[in-house]
Design a protein around this ligand. Sequence first.
Ligand SMILES: NC(=O)N[C@@H](CC(=O)O)C(=O)O
Ligand SMILES: [Zn+2]
Length: 463
Amino acid sequence: MAVSHPPRPHLLHGTPSLLVFTGVRAVDPAQRLDEVVDVVIEDGVITRVGRGAATEDVRQAERAQVLNGQGMLLVPAFIDLHAHLREPGQEYKEDIASGLAAAAAGGFAHVCVMPNTRPVNDTRAITEMMVARAREVGGPALHPIGAITVGQKGKELAEMADMKEAGAVAVSDDGHCVTSSAVMRRALEYASTFDMPVIQHAEDHALTEGAQMHEGAISTRLGLRGWPRVAEDIIVARDVLLAEVTGARYHVAHVSSLGAVRILREAKGRGIAVTAEVTPHHLTLTDEAVIGYDTVCKVNPPLREQADVDALREALADGTIDVIATDHAPHSSLEKDCEFAEASPGMIGLELVVPVLLGLVRSGALSLGRLVDALTRAPGRVIGLGAPTLAVGQRAELCLIDPERRYRIDPARLRSKSRNTPFLGRELVGQVCLTLAGGRVVFADSLVEAQSSAPRGPGGPVS
Ligand SMILES: NC(=O)N[C@@H](CC(=O)O)C(=O)O
Ligand SMILES: [Zn+2]
Protein backbone atom coordinates (compact mmCIF):
# COMPACT_ATOMS: atom_id res chain seq x y z
CA MET A 1 0.00 0.00 0.00
CA ALA A 2 1.49 3.30 -1.09
CA VAL A 3 1.38 5.98 1.56
CA SER A 4 1.67 9.09 -0.59
CA HIS A 5 0.16 9.98 -3.93
CA PRO A 6 -0.14 12.98 -6.21
CA PRO A 7 -3.07 15.31 -5.55
CA ARG A 8 -5.86 15.39 -8.12
CA PRO A 9 -6.06 18.56 -10.14
CA HIS A 10 -8.10 21.30 -8.56
CA LEU A 11 -10.66 22.95 -10.67
CA LEU A 12 -12.46 25.92 -11.74
CA HIS A 13 -9.48 28.15 -11.04
CA GLY A 14 -10.85 28.94 -7.59
CA THR A 15 -14.47 29.78 -6.96
CA PRO A 16 -16.33 31.55 -9.74
CA SER A 17 -18.13 34.66 -8.54
CA LEU A 18 -21.19 33.57 -10.51
CA LEU A 19 -21.77 29.82 -10.61
CA VAL A 20 -24.83 28.49 -12.40
CA PHE A 21 -26.27 24.97 -12.52
CA THR A 22 -28.90 24.41 -15.17
CA GLY A 23 -31.50 21.64 -15.18
CA VAL A 24 -30.14 19.78 -12.15
CA ARG A 25 -32.16 17.46 -9.88
CA ALA A 26 -31.96 19.22 -6.50
CA VAL A 27 -32.73 17.11 -3.43
CA ASP A 28 -32.97 18.99 -0.14
CA PRO A 29 -34.90 17.33 2.69
CA ALA A 30 -34.83 20.54 4.76
CA GLN A 31 -37.06 22.17 2.16
CA ARG A 32 -38.85 19.00 1.04
CA LEU A 33 -37.39 19.72 -2.36
CA ASP A 34 -36.86 17.12 -5.06
CA GLU A 35 -37.16 18.83 -8.40
CA VAL A 36 -35.29 19.66 -11.57
CA VAL A 37 -34.26 23.30 -11.23
CA ASP A 38 -31.59 25.87 -11.99
CA VAL A 39 -29.44 27.06 -9.11
CA VAL A 40 -27.54 30.33 -9.10
CA ILE A 41 -24.70 31.10 -6.69
CA GLU A 42 -23.30 34.60 -6.46
CA ASP A 43 -20.22 35.38 -4.42
CA GLY A 44 -20.65 32.14 -2.52
CA VAL A 45 -24.33 32.65 -1.65
CA ILE A 46 -27.30 30.81 -3.17
CA THR A 47 -29.35 33.57 -4.76
CA ARG A 48 -31.86 31.76 -6.97
CA VAL A 49 -33.35 28.27 -7.09
CA GLY A 50 -36.13 27.26 -9.43
CA ARG A 51 -37.20 26.40 -12.91
CA GLY A 52 -35.89 29.04 -15.26
CA ALA A 53 -33.84 30.68 -12.48
CA ALA A 54 -30.85 30.76 -14.79
CA THR A 55 -32.24 33.39 -17.11
CA GLU A 56 -30.57 34.30 -20.37
CA ASP A 57 -29.03 37.32 -18.60
CA VAL A 58 -27.47 35.22 -15.90
CA ARG A 59 -26.14 32.61 -18.28
CA GLN A 60 -24.67 35.18 -20.60
CA ALA A 61 -23.06 37.25 -17.83
CA GLU A 62 -19.36 37.60 -18.47
CA ARG A 63 -18.35 36.26 -15.10
CA ALA A 64 -20.75 33.30 -15.22
CA GLN A 65 -19.58 29.72 -15.15
CA VAL A 66 -22.45 27.56 -16.29
CA LEU A 67 -22.56 23.85 -15.52
CA ASN A 68 -25.05 21.66 -17.32
CA GLY A 69 -26.76 19.68 -14.56
CA GLN A 70 -28.68 17.33 -16.81
CA GLY A 71 -28.76 13.86 -15.25
CA MET A 72 -26.92 15.13 -12.18
CA LEU A 73 -27.94 15.44 -8.54
CA LEU A 74 -27.40 18.53 -6.42
CA VAL A 75 -27.64 18.04 -2.65
CA PRO A 76 -26.56 19.93 0.47
CA ALA A 77 -22.95 19.09 1.37
CA PHE A 78 -22.52 16.43 4.02
CA ILE A 79 -21.59 16.50 7.71
CA ASP A 80 -19.50 13.60 9.02
CA LEU A 81 -19.97 12.97 12.73
CA HIS A 82 -17.15 10.46 13.01
CA ALA A 83 -13.72 10.68 11.39
CA HIS A 84 -10.19 9.97 12.59
CA LEU A 85 -7.76 12.43 11.01
CA ARG A 86 -4.74 11.27 13.10
CA GLU A 87 -3.23 14.73 13.65
CA PRO A 88 -1.54 15.25 16.04
CA GLY A 89 0.67 12.20 16.34
CA GLN A 90 0.12 9.78 13.46
CA GLU A 91 0.43 12.01 10.43
CA TYR A 92 1.90 9.16 8.39
CA LYS A 93 -1.63 7.69 8.30
CA GLU A 94 -3.51 10.94 7.71
CA ASP A 95 -3.23 14.56 8.70
CA ILE A 96 -5.71 17.39 8.84
CA ALA A 97 -4.82 18.57 5.31
CA SER A 98 -5.12 15.15 3.64
CA GLY A 99 -8.17 14.25 5.73
CA LEU A 100 -9.99 17.43 4.78
CA ALA A 101 -9.02 16.94 1.12
CA ALA A 102 -10.53 13.44 1.28
CA ALA A 103 -13.64 14.87 2.96
CA ALA A 104 -14.04 17.49 0.22
CA ALA A 105 -13.71 14.80 -2.46
CA GLY A 106 -16.40 12.81 -0.66
CA GLY A 107 -18.92 15.66 -0.66
CA PHE A 108 -18.42 16.84 2.93
CA ALA A 109 -18.46 20.46 4.12
CA HIS A 110 -18.12 19.56 7.82
CA VAL A 111 -16.06 16.89 9.56
CA CYS A 112 -16.15 16.04 13.26
CA VAL A 113 -12.87 14.54 14.36
CA MET A 114 -12.43 11.98 17.10
CA PRO A 115 -10.01 12.59 19.98
CA ASN A 116 -7.96 9.37 19.80
CA THR A 117 -4.95 11.28 18.49
CA ARG A 118 -1.46 11.19 20.07
CA PRO A 119 -1.72 12.83 22.50
CA VAL A 120 -5.42 12.37 23.08
CA ASN A 121 -7.52 15.49 22.56
CA ASP A 122 -8.64 15.98 26.14
CA THR A 123 -7.65 19.64 26.49
CA ARG A 124 -8.35 23.12 25.21
CA ALA A 125 -4.84 23.36 23.74
CA ILE A 126 -5.23 20.39 21.39
CA THR A 127 -8.76 21.36 20.43
CA GLU A 128 -7.50 24.86 19.55
CA MET A 129 -4.57 23.47 17.61
CA MET A 130 -6.88 21.30 15.46
CA VAL A 131 -9.22 24.19 14.71
CA ALA A 132 -6.32 26.50 13.85
CA ARG A 133 -4.67 23.93 11.60
CA ALA A 134 -7.94 23.32 9.74
CA ARG A 135 -8.39 27.08 9.18
CA GLU A 136 -4.90 27.24 7.69
CA VAL A 137 -5.70 24.35 5.35
CA GLY A 138 -9.06 25.74 4.22
CA GLY A 139 -11.67 23.44 2.74
CA PRO A 140 -14.34 21.71 4.79
CA ALA A 141 -14.84 22.90 8.36
CA LEU A 142 -13.35 20.77 11.11
CA HIS A 143 -15.21 20.29 14.41
CA PRO A 144 -13.24 18.60 17.18
CA ILE A 145 -14.81 16.04 19.49
CA GLY A 146 -13.14 16.15 22.89
CA ALA A 147 -12.41 13.13 25.05
CA ILE A 148 -14.88 12.17 27.77
CA THR A 149 -12.12 11.13 30.16
CA VAL A 150 -8.53 12.20 30.67
CA GLY A 151 -6.34 10.27 28.20
CA GLN A 152 -9.45 8.25 27.21
CA LYS A 153 -8.63 6.07 30.19
CA GLY A 154 -12.21 5.87 31.44
CA LYS A 155 -11.49 7.33 34.88
CA GLU A 156 -11.50 11.12 35.49
CA LEU A 157 -13.65 13.39 33.38
CA ALA A 158 -11.83 15.69 30.98
CA GLU A 159 -12.41 19.46 31.12
CA MET A 160 -15.35 19.58 28.75
CA ALA A 161 -16.17 23.27 29.24
CA ASP A 162 -12.68 24.31 28.12
CA MET A 163 -12.87 22.14 25.03
CA LYS A 164 -16.32 23.40 24.19
CA GLU A 165 -15.11 27.00 24.39
CA ALA A 166 -12.29 26.09 22.01
CA GLY A 167 -14.73 24.63 19.48
CA ALA A 168 -15.51 21.05 20.53
CA VAL A 169 -19.01 20.00 19.49
CA ALA A 170 -19.32 16.74 21.47
CA VAL A 171 -17.35 14.39 23.69
CA SER A 172 -16.38 10.77 23.08
CA ASP A 173 -13.75 8.24 24.13
CA ASP A 174 -14.15 6.58 20.72
CA GLY A 175 -11.82 3.67 20.18
CA HIS A 176 -12.55 2.87 23.82
CA CYS A 177 -15.80 2.40 25.65
CA VAL A 178 -16.60 4.17 28.90
CA THR A 179 -17.28 0.91 30.71
CA SER A 180 -17.74 2.20 34.27
CA SER A 181 -21.41 3.00 34.88
CA ALA A 182 -20.43 5.56 37.50
CA VAL A 183 -18.09 7.41 35.14
CA MET A 184 -20.64 7.28 32.35
CA ARG A 185 -23.35 8.65 34.61
CA ARG A 186 -21.14 11.55 35.67
CA ALA A 187 -20.08 12.18 32.07
CA LEU A 188 -23.70 12.44 30.98
CA GLU A 189 -24.54 14.78 33.85
CA TYR A 190 -21.49 16.96 33.30
CA ALA A 191 -21.84 17.15 29.50
CA SER A 192 -25.51 18.04 29.78
CA THR A 193 -24.64 21.17 31.75
CA PHE A 194 -22.86 22.35 28.56
CA ASP A 195 -25.50 20.84 26.29
CA MET A 196 -22.90 18.59 24.66
CA PRO A 197 -23.84 15.16 23.33
CA VAL A 198 -21.90 12.19 24.70
CA ILE A 199 -20.91 9.77 21.94
CA GLN A 200 -20.31 6.23 23.10
CA HIS A 201 -18.21 3.56 21.41
CA ALA A 202 -20.34 0.73 22.81
CA GLU A 203 -18.14 -2.25 23.58
CA ASP A 204 -18.02 -4.17 26.84
CA HIS A 205 -14.28 -4.82 26.75
CA ALA A 206 -14.63 -7.74 29.16
CA LEU A 207 -16.50 -9.58 26.39
CA THR A 208 -14.19 -8.64 23.51
CA GLU A 209 -10.72 -9.34 24.84
CA GLY A 210 -8.53 -10.59 22.01
CA ALA A 211 -11.47 -10.43 19.59
CA GLN A 212 -10.66 -10.21 15.89
CA MET A 213 -14.06 -10.30 14.20
CA HIS A 214 -17.79 -10.89 14.76
CA GLU A 215 -18.49 -13.97 16.88
CA GLY A 216 -20.40 -16.50 14.81
CA ALA A 217 -20.06 -19.48 12.50
CA ILE A 218 -17.38 -17.78 10.40
CA SER A 219 -15.16 -16.83 13.34
CA THR A 220 -15.31 -20.43 14.49
CA ARG A 221 -14.40 -21.68 11.02
CA LEU A 222 -11.52 -19.21 10.68
CA GLY A 223 -10.25 -19.88 14.19
CA LEU A 224 -10.43 -16.19 15.11
CA ARG A 225 -11.64 -15.00 18.48
CA GLY A 226 -15.08 -13.37 18.25
CA TRP A 227 -16.64 -10.03 19.34
CA PRO A 228 -20.22 -10.98 20.24
CA ARG A 229 -23.14 -8.65 19.52
CA VAL A 230 -24.07 -8.67 23.17
CA ALA A 231 -20.89 -6.72 24.01
CA GLU A 232 -22.45 -3.79 22.12
CA ASP A 233 -26.00 -4.40 23.29
CA ILE A 234 -25.14 -4.43 27.01
CA ILE A 235 -23.53 -1.01 26.83
CA VAL A 236 -26.28 0.53 24.70
CA ALA A 237 -28.95 -0.83 27.07
CA ARG A 238 -27.16 0.47 30.15
CA ASP A 239 -26.49 3.85 28.58
CA VAL A 240 -30.10 4.27 27.52
CA LEU A 241 -31.07 3.82 31.17
CA LEU A 242 -28.46 6.36 32.23
CA ALA A 243 -29.61 8.80 29.55
CA GLU A 244 -33.12 8.43 30.87
CA VAL A 245 -32.22 9.23 34.47
CA THR A 246 -29.83 12.06 33.59
CA GLY A 247 -31.87 13.57 30.75
CA ALA A 248 -28.57 14.02 28.89
CA ARG A 249 -28.04 13.77 25.13
CA TYR A 250 -26.64 10.36 24.29
CA HIS A 251 -25.40 9.26 20.86
CA VAL A 252 -24.26 5.77 19.87
CA ALA A 253 -21.34 5.57 17.46
CA HIS A 254 -21.22 2.98 14.64
CA VAL A 255 -24.17 0.76 15.60
CA SER A 256 -23.54 -2.73 14.21
CA SER A 257 -25.87 -5.20 15.91
CA LEU A 258 -29.54 -6.01 15.52
CA GLY A 259 -29.90 -6.11 19.30
CA ALA A 260 -28.69 -2.53 19.67
CA VAL A 261 -31.21 -1.49 17.02
CA ARG A 262 -34.01 -3.07 19.03
CA ILE A 263 -32.93 -1.29 22.21
CA LEU A 264 -32.69 2.07 20.43
CA ARG A 265 -36.10 1.65 18.84
CA GLU A 266 -37.65 0.99 22.23
CA ALA A 267 -35.80 3.92 23.84
CA LYS A 268 -36.91 6.35 21.15
CA GLY A 269 -40.44 5.06 21.49
CA ARG A 270 -40.28 6.12 25.12
CA GLY A 271 -39.03 9.59 24.21
CA ILE A 272 -35.49 9.24 25.58
CA ALA A 273 -32.95 11.65 24.03
CA VAL A 274 -30.88 9.08 22.14
CA THR A 275 -29.50 9.27 18.65
CA ALA A 276 -27.36 6.85 16.68
CA GLU A 277 -25.20 6.49 13.61
CA VAL A 278 -24.32 3.68 11.23
CA THR A 279 -21.39 3.42 8.83
CA PRO A 280 -21.50 2.66 5.11
CA HIS A 281 -19.51 -0.54 5.67
CA HIS A 282 -21.89 -1.92 8.29
CA LEU A 283 -24.75 -1.22 5.89
CA THR A 284 -23.18 -3.11 3.00
CA LEU A 285 -20.73 -5.81 4.17
CA THR A 286 -20.92 -8.93 6.32
CA ASP A 287 -18.42 -11.11 8.17
CA GLU A 288 -18.11 -13.22 5.01
CA ALA A 289 -15.71 -10.54 3.79
CA VAL A 290 -13.24 -11.71 6.44
CA ILE A 291 -13.00 -15.24 5.00
CA GLY A 292 -9.77 -14.53 3.09
CA TYR A 293 -8.20 -13.07 6.26
CA ASP A 294 -7.83 -9.75 4.46
CA THR A 295 -6.86 -7.23 7.15
CA VAL A 296 -8.74 -4.38 5.43
CA CYS A 297 -11.91 -6.13 6.62
CA LYS A 298 -10.85 -5.87 10.25
CA VAL A 299 -12.79 -3.06 11.87
CA ASN A 300 -14.40 -2.09 15.18
CA PRO A 301 -17.16 -2.90 15.69
CA PRO A 302 -16.80 -5.89 13.37
CA LEU A 303 -18.73 -6.60 10.17
CA ARG A 304 -21.64 -8.78 11.29
CA GLU A 305 -24.26 -10.98 9.61
CA GLN A 306 -26.90 -10.38 6.96
CA ALA A 307 -29.60 -10.21 9.67
CA ASP A 308 -27.69 -7.30 11.26
CA VAL A 309 -27.27 -5.56 7.90
CA ASP A 310 -30.99 -5.92 7.26
CA ALA A 311 -31.86 -4.54 10.71
CA LEU A 312 -29.48 -1.59 10.25
CA ARG A 313 -30.97 -0.73 6.85
CA GLU A 314 -34.47 -0.89 8.20
CA ALA A 315 -33.51 1.24 11.22
CA LEU A 316 -31.88 3.84 9.01
CA ALA A 317 -34.92 3.95 6.74
CA ASP A 318 -37.41 4.38 9.62
CA GLY A 319 -35.26 6.89 11.55
CA THR A 320 -34.37 4.63 14.50
CA ILE A 321 -30.81 5.25 13.33
CA ASP A 322 -30.55 8.96 12.59
CA VAL A 323 -27.18 9.45 10.99
CA ILE A 324 -24.74 7.95 8.50
CA ALA A 325 -21.16 8.55 9.67
CA THR A 326 -18.02 7.25 8.02
CA ASP A 327 -15.81 6.22 10.96
CA HIS A 328 -13.00 7.07 8.52
CA ALA A 329 -10.09 5.27 10.25
CA PRO A 330 -6.92 5.46 8.16
CA HIS A 331 -4.05 3.04 8.77
CA SER A 332 -0.84 2.55 6.78
CA SER A 333 0.72 -0.65 5.49
CA LEU A 334 2.58 -0.87 8.81
CA GLU A 335 -0.68 -1.62 10.61
CA LYS A 336 -2.36 -3.60 7.83
CA ASP A 337 0.26 -5.66 5.94
CA CYS A 338 0.59 -8.21 8.72
CA GLU A 339 -1.12 -11.18 10.35
CA PHE A 340 -4.85 -10.64 10.92
CA ALA A 341 -4.40 -10.83 14.68
CA GLU A 342 -1.73 -8.11 14.62
CA ALA A 343 -3.59 -5.70 12.34
CA SER A 344 -5.19 -2.48 13.63
CA PRO A 345 -8.93 -2.21 13.10
CA GLY A 346 -10.40 0.47 10.85
CA MET A 347 -11.33 1.44 7.30
CA ILE A 348 -11.16 4.69 5.39
CA GLY A 349 -14.51 5.99 4.21
CA LEU A 350 -14.73 9.71 3.53
CA GLU A 351 -14.34 9.37 -0.25
CA LEU A 352 -16.59 6.34 -0.64
CA VAL A 353 -19.91 7.35 0.88
CA VAL A 354 -21.63 8.32 -2.36
CA PRO A 355 -20.62 5.35 -4.55
CA VAL A 356 -21.16 2.83 -1.73
CA LEU A 357 -24.55 4.15 -0.59
CA LEU A 358 -26.19 5.09 -3.89
CA GLY A 359 -26.35 1.32 -4.43
CA LEU A 360 -28.83 1.12 -1.53
CA VAL A 361 -30.98 3.75 -3.19
CA ARG A 362 -30.91 1.90 -6.52
CA SER A 363 -31.90 -1.37 -4.84
CA GLY A 364 -34.79 0.34 -3.03
CA ALA A 365 -33.41 -0.24 0.48
CA LEU A 366 -33.23 3.51 1.15
CA SER A 367 -34.88 6.57 -0.35
CA LEU A 368 -32.63 9.26 -1.76
CA GLY A 369 -34.27 11.83 0.52
CA ARG A 370 -33.52 9.77 3.63
CA LEU A 371 -29.94 9.16 2.50
CA VAL A 372 -29.35 12.88 2.10
CA ASP A 373 -31.10 13.63 5.40
CA ALA A 374 -28.89 11.10 7.25
CA LEU A 375 -25.79 12.84 5.87
CA THR A 376 -26.91 16.44 6.42
CA ARG A 377 -29.80 17.42 8.66
CA ALA A 378 -29.60 14.51 11.10
CA PRO A 379 -25.90 14.91 11.99
CA GLY A 380 -26.39 18.70 12.05
CA ARG A 381 -29.03 18.23 14.73
CA VAL A 382 -26.77 16.05 16.88
CA ILE A 383 -24.04 18.70 17.07
CA GLY A 384 -26.33 21.71 16.99
CA LEU A 385 -25.12 22.91 13.61
CA GLY A 386 -27.68 24.39 11.27
CA ALA A 387 -27.99 21.86 8.47
CA PRO A 388 -26.60 22.71 5.08
CA THR A 389 -29.54 23.40 2.77
CA LEU A 390 -30.05 24.63 -0.77
CA ALA A 391 -32.30 27.48 0.40
CA VAL A 392 -31.93 30.94 -1.13
CA GLY A 393 -29.82 33.23 1.06
CA GLN A 394 -27.63 30.40 2.37
CA ARG A 395 -23.88 30.33 2.00
CA ALA A 396 -23.35 27.65 -0.63
CA GLU A 397 -22.51 24.27 0.88
CA LEU A 398 -23.44 21.69 -1.67
CA CYS A 399 -22.39 18.70 -3.62
CA LEU A 400 -22.91 17.83 -7.28
CA ILE A 401 -23.14 14.11 -8.00
CA ASP A 402 -23.16 12.11 -11.21
CA PRO A 403 -25.39 9.23 -10.09
CA GLU A 404 -24.74 7.13 -13.21
CA ARG A 405 -20.99 7.28 -13.47
CA ARG A 406 -19.55 3.77 -13.19
CA TYR A 407 -15.88 3.46 -12.28
CA ARG A 408 -13.37 1.40 -10.40
CA ILE A 409 -12.22 2.71 -7.00
CA ASP A 410 -8.67 3.61 -7.97
CA PRO A 411 -6.09 3.88 -5.17
CA ALA A 412 -4.19 6.49 -7.19
CA ARG A 413 -7.17 8.83 -7.13
CA LEU A 414 -7.86 8.76 -3.39
CA ARG A 415 -6.84 11.86 -1.47
CA SER A 416 -6.54 10.13 1.86
CA LYS A 417 -2.98 9.09 2.71
CA SER A 418 -4.22 5.59 3.50
CA ARG A 419 -5.65 2.82 1.34
CA ASN A 420 -7.29 0.55 3.88
CA THR A 421 -10.70 -0.18 2.39
CA PRO A 422 -12.21 -3.37 0.99
CA PHE A 423 -13.84 -1.26 -1.73
CA LEU A 424 -10.51 -0.65 -3.46
CA GLY A 425 -10.63 -1.99 -7.02
CA ARG A 426 -14.38 -2.52 -6.89
CA GLU A 427 -16.59 -1.16 -9.63
CA LEU A 428 -19.15 1.22 -8.14
CA VAL A 429 -21.66 3.70 -9.54
CA GLY A 430 -22.05 7.35 -8.53
CA GLN A 431 -19.43 10.03 -8.22
CA VAL A 432 -19.04 13.33 -6.44
CA CYS A 433 -18.10 15.90 -9.09
CA LEU A 434 -18.05 19.16 -7.16
CA THR A 435 -18.17 20.21 -3.50
CA LEU A 436 -18.70 23.70 -2.11
CA ALA A 437 -18.07 24.41 1.57
CA GLY A 438 -18.39 27.81 3.18
CA GLY A 439 -19.34 29.29 -0.20
CA ARG A 440 -16.17 28.10 -1.88
CA VAL A 441 -15.22 25.29 -4.22
CA VAL A 442 -13.24 22.79 -2.16
CA PHE A 443 -13.30 19.95 -4.66
CA ALA A 444 -13.90 19.61 -8.36
CA ASP A 445 -13.53 16.54 -10.46
CA SER A 446 -12.17 16.37 -13.99
CA LEU A 447 -15.65 16.08 -15.49
CA VAL A 448 -16.62 19.46 -14.09
CA GLU A 449 -13.33 20.88 -15.27
CA ALA A 450 -14.01 19.70 -18.78
CA GLN A 451 -17.42 21.41 -18.75
CA SER A 452 -16.22 24.71 -17.44
CA SER A 453 -13.78 27.21 -18.82
CA ALA A 454 -12.06 30.06 -17.07
CA PRO A 455 -14.33 33.04 -16.41
CA ARG A 456 -14.57 35.14 -19.51
CA GLY A 457 -14.10 38.55 -18.04
CA PRO A 458 -13.35 40.60 -14.96
CA GLY A 459 -15.06 39.76 -11.72
CA GLY A 460 -13.46 36.26 -11.67
CA PRO A 461 -12.75 34.14 -8.64
CA VAL A 462 -13.87 35.22 -5.20
CA SER A 463 -11.58 32.87 -3.29
N1 LIG B 1 -13.19 1.88 13.96
C1 LIG B 1 -12.02 1.32 14.07
O1 LIG B 1 -11.89 0.13 13.77
N2 LIG B 1 -10.95 2.02 14.50
C2 LIG B 1 -10.93 3.36 14.98
C3 LIG B 1 -11.38 3.49 16.39
C4 LIG B 1 -12.87 3.27 16.54
O2 LIG B 1 -13.68 4.06 15.99
O3 LIG B 1 -13.26 2.35 17.21
C5 LIG B 1 -9.51 3.92 14.83
O4 LIG B 1 -9.23 4.99 15.38
O5 LIG B 1 -8.71 3.32 14.12
ZN1 LIG C 1 -15.27 3.45 17.67
